[in-house]
Ligand binder design. Sequence first.
Ligand code: AMP
Length: 240
Amino acid sequence: MSSSVSAVQRGRAAGRKTAPGPILLMGAPGVGKGTQAKELVKLWGIPQISTGDLLRANVAQDTSLGRVAKEIMGRGELVPDSLVDEMVAVRLQQPDAAKGYILDGFPRTLGQAGWLDGRLAAQPKPLPVVAVSIQVDYNQLLRRITGRRNCPVCQTIYNIYVNPPRRDGFCDVEGAALVQRADDTEQVFKERMRAYAALTAPVVEHYRALGRFAEVNGDRPIAEVAAGIVAAVERLRETA
Ligand code: AMP
């Protein structure tokens, strides 16, 4: 199974006249937002901004934000909008985000979506966010989440059921012992799914109503899902 975008897609991306702008990857926990964002980074050369990763970095560094976020994340609930918005605002000021970025896991509430839309509209040449939601069914997600293991050094993501490392428990690239995220248990997964249905599903409807939304089937090989996302973004950019 190929895990990267094709040379043809890379060539097409390089020939694009316009920057891809802000792209929002949506979907329930475990649909593969992080994996797909990394594919799109390779293709478009714009950064992935994952609020989950940024929050985990704050937890690891024991910042004041990290201390607040740790318990909330451990329960599978959402960190308050004001804290996440501020964290994203700081990240968006970095120069690598000037031509576009892939938001992975943000906005997750209507409040965050309103904040982002307002911020983008206030820019001199506003390029609105286009949203792509990756769809995978519930049982498949549960297997992906509980089987997920990460390399703490290079961040490669494995799954003990469908994409195991060559040596059980160790990264193929770094040889480091793989770790499981504290919130990748079945119990916390259920709470994360509840939060998704209650708070994030309305964000999908928000972007759908604006005509800047597409759905992609995520139950396919990584490269095929990536190609589906690229096609959806190009279609949406023609009209958005
Ligand atoms: P993720 O890595 O995207 O699955 O996020 C892991 C956890 O970080 C979530 O379950 C939330 O507790 C928290 N989180 C990530 N992104 C957000 C966000 N946009 N708003 C609030 N909480 C978030």
